[in-house]
Design a protein around this ligand. Sequence first.
Ligand code: 5GP
Length: 193
Amino acid sequence: MNFLEERIKKEGTVKEGNILKVDTFLNHQMDIDLLKQIGEEFHKRFEKKPITKILTIEASGIAIAYATAQCFNVPLVFAKKSQSINLDGDMYVSEVESFTHKIKNKVIVSKSVMSPTDHVLIVDDFLANGAALQGLIGIVQSAGATVDGIGIAIEKGFQPGGVTIRNLGYQLESLAIVDSMDAATGEIVFRKQ
Ligand code: 5GP
C-alpha cells in the first residue's frame, strides 16, 4: 500500500450513498505533510510534461493544487462555482453537477488566467462520475489550451468517471483507486497498481 492508501485505510470512513469521508486529513483538517507528498507524487508522474498551470475546482481541490503547483513552480487556478447566470463575457463557463450536493453549478474561470499557450495539469481530491473533471476539461478546451494530464488523489473505481476520462485519451493518474467499499463493515478495497 502507498502512503495515501495507508492513510485512507487508517482514518477513512465509508458513508451510505458511496461517500468516503477523509475529513481528518484531506477534506476538513488537512495534513500538510500528506499534501506535500501528493504534490511530489504528481510532479514525479508528470514532470516530463511542459506544465504551465495547475487547474482545480473550489473548494476541496485547492490544497492539493497548491502543493502540486509548488512542485512545478507554476501558478494554480481554481475554477469558481456559481449558481448565478449573470456572467459577463470575460469568463469560460462549464456546467457541473455536484456529486456530493446533487446540484448543478456553473463553473467559471476568467479569460485573463488561461490562454491557448497554457499546458494544464488538472488535479482534484476525488473522482466519482467524472462530472467535475469534464467541466474542467471543457474550460481548458474553451481557452484553446492543452490538458497535459490529470492527477486525482482518490478515484472511486466502481464509479464510471475513471473509465470515461481514460477513454477520452487523457493520462489520468490516481494515487489511490478504491475498487469497493462497504458502509456496513467499513471495509475498503484498493486496486493493485
Ligand atoms: P464527480 O464529478 O467525479 O462525480 O465527483 C467529484 C467531486 O465530488 C470531487 O470534487 C469531490 O469533491 C466530490 N466527491 C465525489 N465523491 C466523493 C466522496 O466519496 N467523498 C468526498 N469527500 N467527496 C467526493
